[in-house]
Write a protein that binds this ligand. Structure first.
Ligand code: M6R
Length: 349
């Protein structure tokens, strides 16, 4: 049921603060964390995490890699499921496999699972559907609690995936971030943005071409990949997410008068350099947009979000990019919840 909303996608975007709160309620039980000791033991015993996923879930996986390495100091690498299934990389002595899938039905991941089982390694699946094939067949699973996601374009599942990954990594870490507090701040920041900023005219004015670029550095680069997928899959605008510093190594040749370039800037460390990359495209005629967090914002930035913990920024930075995709698709009259050529879960390899 879409309720007051015109599409499932926009409904699911607006559900995100409550999804984050539901995850907090389900994973934190007084002072105890609802993750089995066996999962924690197996991960601690491993020397490398192999994260396998597709599409948006893979983009959450990149953030997961970042969280694993920052918080647990266990190296992590991300693999495209459909590649891993047919060309297994050289594995370390004690690998641990983590699959991320909203549906739990993605055939490419099932192929990976058959492979890891054959090699006798244990697998954890993070999924939204606890009755799904991957949840049933993996050794362990963790639930996303995002509620049914109907729109083909994944939104709330991504935010839920990053939230659950942050809880998992923090539980394995000695940093002990107060995640009840920090995830609640995330919910509030998303809520505040959704309640106070209407970006439809911004999208109308700036997203006017057949192509578009998102740029970002470090963790914002991962968000830019997800932002680009969202925009292309429902608006059909050819969009790429780029590491901000890499654009000038070739792709800047594509910048013409009016080409939209959207920068994601969530931290002080990268702000100066990403802004100077923006100046490089402005001088080639690009139309730019800046999405930043308050701690590193400038008054002229187009969208400014309330600060959250530095490791949780993707959960809030992604939200304006979901709305950019939504409004761009709406303006083009596209079928937002069922974009052409796409299925909600891809059950063929
Ligand atoms: O159900 P899954 O998370 O395994 O699905 C993976 C991708 O097919 C999915 O994220 C796809 O990329 C979405 N349409 C993105 O919005």
């Amino acid at each position: 049921d879409m309720g007051e909303y015109q599409h499932y996608m926009i409904k699911e975007i607006y559900e995100q603060p409550s999804v984050v709160r539901r995850i907090v309620q389900n994973y934190f039980n007084h002072d105890k964390i609802n993750i089995s000791a066996d999962i924690l033991k197996d991960i601690k015993a491993s020397d490398r995490i192999y994260i396998l996923a597709a599409g948006t879930s893979m983009h959450a996986g990149y953030v997961g890699k970042y969280l694993f390495e920052e918080l647990t100091h266990i190296p992590a690498e991300v693999h495209i499921a459909s590649e891993f299934a047919y060309h297994t990389p050289l594995l370390t002595a004690k690998p641990f496999f983590l699959m991320i899938s909203q549906s739990g039905e993605t055939a490419d991941l099932r192929a990976c699972l058959l492979k890891t089982q054959k090699l006798n390694y244990k697998t954890l699946t993070i999924t939204n559907v606890k009755t799904s094939t991957l949840a049933r067949e993996s050794n362990y699973f963790l639930e996303l609690f995002a509620g049914p996601e109907i729109a083909v374009a994944s939104t709330k599942a991504y935010v839920a995936q990053v939230a659950v990954l942050s809880i998992l990594c923090n539980t394995l870490s000695d940093q002990n971030i107060d995640l009840i507090k920090e995830l609640t701040k995330v919910a509030l920041s998303i809520e505040n943005f959704l309640a106070t900023q209407d970006i439809s005219s911004l999208v109308h004015d700036k997203i006017t071409k057949r192509n578009c670029f998102y740029i970002g550095r470090t963790i914002d680069y991962y968000t830019s990949l997800e932002a680009a997928l969202k925009l292309k899959e429902i608006s059909y605008i050819q969009t790429e997410g780029f590491a901000a510093g890499e654009l000038k190594h070739g792709t800047i040749a594509l910048i013409e008068e009016g080409t939209p370039v959207i920068a994601l800037i969530s931290s002080k460390e990268i702000s100066k350099n990403t802004r100077s990359n923006l100046n490089e495209v402005i001088s080639r005629g690009a139309t730019t947009m800046i999405i930043s967090l308050a701690n590193t914002s400038q008054e002229s930035d187009d969208i400014i979000l309330k600060d959250v913990h530095p490791l949780l920024t993707p959960m809030v930075m992604v939200v304006p990019t979901q709305l950019i995709a939504y409004y761009a698709a709406l303006e083009r009259g596209n079928d937002i919840d069922k974009p052409r050529n796409l299925a909600k879960s891809v059950t063929v390899e």
